[in-house]
Design a protein around this ligand. Structure first.
Ligand code: GDP
Ligand code: ZN
Length: 319
């Protein structure tokens, strides 16, 4: 048989669409794939790099079987339900995550931003902030945006300013997302759909076409889709309908400081190596908060996530 390597661009439960350069194959899974230690409802996720065995299936052109999942650089999971121990893999091999925010329309809180960024750190996904609706910012909104930019660029996150409605500011952002797989998130109302339709004019058409071909009678919202940016670009956008961000993630409260890069960097200078940066003497993080090197809003977010951990000794992300 003939073997090819491609990327999974849609999943519907039993069928997977695999893109191999310009060609698309409709595949089923051959054999069973498991993640260590977690039971998952789907063996294969969008973004997975897979080997396929090309084969003819009754009436289906370009049919094949997925025979191998290549090692993932990361993956995003969501627990299927509170009762079940099963997890759903939302996407794999994400290169970056964009958080669309607006200063006032609606307001995106720094707590929300910091929860998103720390979850991205935990998943080992690069994150960036996109300020949208800059066309309607007044002087004080602009000032607020500059303040936030200073904080987040200071930590090391890239920031972009756009108006999705006016197609403004897309060039720099497109340069950033041109290659690889980009997850787009944001509060509802910040302009996520406007943005995606702005950079992918036929995004709506493409999703409709996919659901007609493969998702007949199924709830498309439970499945992820990767939208190719355009034929000319190599990149993809992942928009997971109904999911605001990253799915559920749990981590030990002692780890929370690892996911705030500026806190993590300074924690090596704390007197105690298990310092929680809350009350300990000789804490370099507390000193930096006092002298303004660490933004107080960032420290407040750290505390709030840390204290979430008190409930059942785990931090549960709000996404
Ligand atoms: P979503 O819920 O994040 O997908 O948000 P939508 O894309 O549906 O946008 C919500 C509202 O904000 C709509 O009325 C859009 O027209 C508006 N909107 C989106 N982007 C912009 C922008 O850049 N500037 C302005 N002024 N309005 C925008
Ligand atoms: Zn400390």
């Amino acid at each position: 048989p003939e073997y090819k390597t491609g990327v999974v661009v849609t999943t519907t439960g039993s069928f997977y669409t695999v893109k191999v350069e310009k060609e698309t194959f409709v595949c089923k899974v051959k054999g069973s794939f498991k993640l260590k230690g977690i039971r998952t409802t789907n063996p294969v996720a969008v973004g997975d790099i897979v080997s396929i065995e090309v084969g003819e299936d009754n009436n289906v052109q370009n049919a094949g079987w997925i025979t191998k999942i290549h090692p993932r650089s990361n993956y995003i999971i969501r627990r299927s339900s509170n009762l079940s121990k099963q997890a759903h893999i939302l996407a794999a091999n994400i290169d970056r995550a964009l958080l669309l925010v607006t200063v006032n329309y609606p307001v995106t809180s720094t707590t929300f931003i910091d929860r998103f960024l720390s979850t991205a750190e935990a998943y080992n996904v690069e994150a960036a902030i996109v300020f949208n609706k800059t066309d309607i910012y007044d002087a004080s909104d602009m000032e607020e945006m500059q303040k936030l930019r200073k904080i987040y660029e200071g930590v090391g996150y890239r920031c972009f300013e756009i108006s999705a409605l006016a197609n403004k500011g897309f060039e720099a952002l497109m340069d950033y997302i041109r290659h690889g797989v980009t997850l787009v998130s944001g509060h509802s109302g910040v302009g996520k759909s406007t943005f995606i339709n702005g950079i992918i004019p036929d995004a709506g058409l493409k999703t409709a076409a996919i659901s007609e071909a493969h998702n007949t009678g199924m709830h498309t919202t439970t499945f992820s889709t990767m939208l190719p940016l355009s034929d000319a670009e190599e990149g993809y956008i992942i928009d997971t309908p109904g999911i605001k961000g990253f799915g559920t993630l749990e981590f030990e409260k002692e780890q929370v400081g690892h996911f705030f890069p500026e806190i993590f960097r300074l924690s090596k200078e704390c007197r105690f190596n298990n310092c929680t940066h809350i009350h300990e003497p000789g804490c370099s993080v507390l000193r930096a908060v006092e002298d303004g090197t660490i933004a107080s809003s960032r420290y407040r977010s750290y505390l709030s996530i840390f204290r979430d951990g008190d409930e059942d000794s785990k931090y549960r992300s709000a996404y």
